[in-house]
Design a protein around this ligand. Structure first.
Ligand SMILES: [Zn+2]
Length: 72
């Protein structure tokens, strides 16, 4: 089961390749992730970059942690 972030204001969602636990962690600690990015020459994992970019784009919006709909 894939999980992701969904912006209720824009009706947009992303589903980075990671677990729900990781996504919840990132959503609560974007400032920590940005610090890690700043001090890491190798950069962040791609799911984290994708998640952070989405959270940045939708700062101040109503972003929820959601489950991807199973394919029909
Ligand atoms: Zn938005």
């Amino acid at each position: 089961m894939r999980h992701g972030y969904r912006c209720e204001d824009c009706n947009l969602a992303v589903f980075p390749t990671t677990t729900r636990v990781e996504l919840a962690w990132l959503k609560d600690r974007t400032h920590v992730a940005r610090e890690v990015a700043r001090h890491s020459s190798g950069g962040l994992d791609s799911w984290m970059m994708e998640g952070l970019a989405f959270l940045d784009n939708h700062a101040g919006h109503s972003v929820a942690l959601v489950r991807a709909n199973p394919p029909k």
